[in-house]
Design a protein around this ligand. Sequence first.
Ligand code: FES
Ligand SMILES: [Fe+2]
Length: 424
Amino acid sequence: MTLGEQLKATNAWTPPWQTEQWWAGTRAPMQQATGLPPAAYADPDFFASEQQRVFEQGWVCVGLAADPSPGRVLVRRLGRRSILITADDDGAVHGFLNTCRHRGTELYEQDCEIGATLRCPYHRWGYGIDGSLRSTPRFDDVPRTDDFDKADFSLFPVRVQAWGVLLFACLSDETAPLETWLGDLPHRMGGYSLQDWQPRLTESVVIDANWKLIAENFAEYYHLQWVHPELSKVSRVEDHYRYQGPGMYLGQTTTPVSGDERDDWLALPAADGLDESDLVSGRFVTIFPNVLLSVLPNHVFVMHLQPIAPGRTVETYTFLLPKNGAHATDEAFESTRTFWIDVNAEDIDIVQRSQRGLSRGGVTPGPLAPRFEEPLHRFHNMLADLMTTDSPGTVSVPAGDDDSEAARWGAGANPTPPAVDQQA
Ligand code: FES
Ligand SMILES: [Fe+2]
């Protein structure tokens, strides 16, 4: 047994990625920064640390705000944990660890109808929708002699909260509230009234790539011209700009989101009431760690990532339509769906290839392109912040872009960037 293995076996091993030194290339200023070492994408020990430090410490997307409903329980994975989500008749959502307070049995294996009671299959302890312990069959056949009180044995609560169309959960009580995590994003995207948009279709695909490669690929438009030659004819690189204020997110916007050559995704009507900027823009936002939002004037395409192994991720995507577009014809919707399936297939192909190169090459990638890959630098630093702490309360939400490049992408929350030919 090597020393490393011995230390690991005795639990005294500190993984290198939990130290700042390991992140030197990430902590460097943008114009000197490099991509992440390949272990971040391929090492099972890194993956285990990440599940714990990112997915058990951060606010993680667990589905859509519309998923919970009264009488139903949802079962979701959060890092190594399983959680349950319920909803009251008045719409309030509750989250709990999926473990019985008697002897720890898993309460539910999958989403199902439960009526008004959560029941353990083992000895039938029953819990209310709010997690309070209500019944303990035959427990008092012989009374306990201590001061056992049902009130002390509610299910362990987990914070669950909706924003817009998304549902988030957080296992750590130390982590800042969701409002802090999201920063100025709700304000920035307030004009869309996303909470009113309706899910039209949800599908899932298993991708042979680390979840971060999918998020990183979504966050940069450097690859547009070469991976999406058709798309780049109408969604030009020159029309993309950064879209980043304070908050645990990264983003780019396309203004105008042009459609003169390929207009198949324009078949649906634009949402009512959008302002001038939202009406002509596409907002492409990654909310750290695992949700990718493409917000167009007439539909939203949400991708939600569930890591299942270092090189494997389940991507669940949902199309949402504004109220006035919810009854669009199947034909109009299908042309939007096909547009995204085509683009997504090109992205899936390239991220799977990235995974193979990182896994088999085994060397740290090179420099990031400052013009296009700054959002990746921001993403990597959010990751580094969580990976190097076990006190998520100390993690600070990053500030947004400064104004130094306002000439390129405009300033303020929803900029209207200067015309391309006036840019530096
Ligand atoms: S373990 Fe749940 S009731 Fe016994
Ligand atoms: Fe892409």
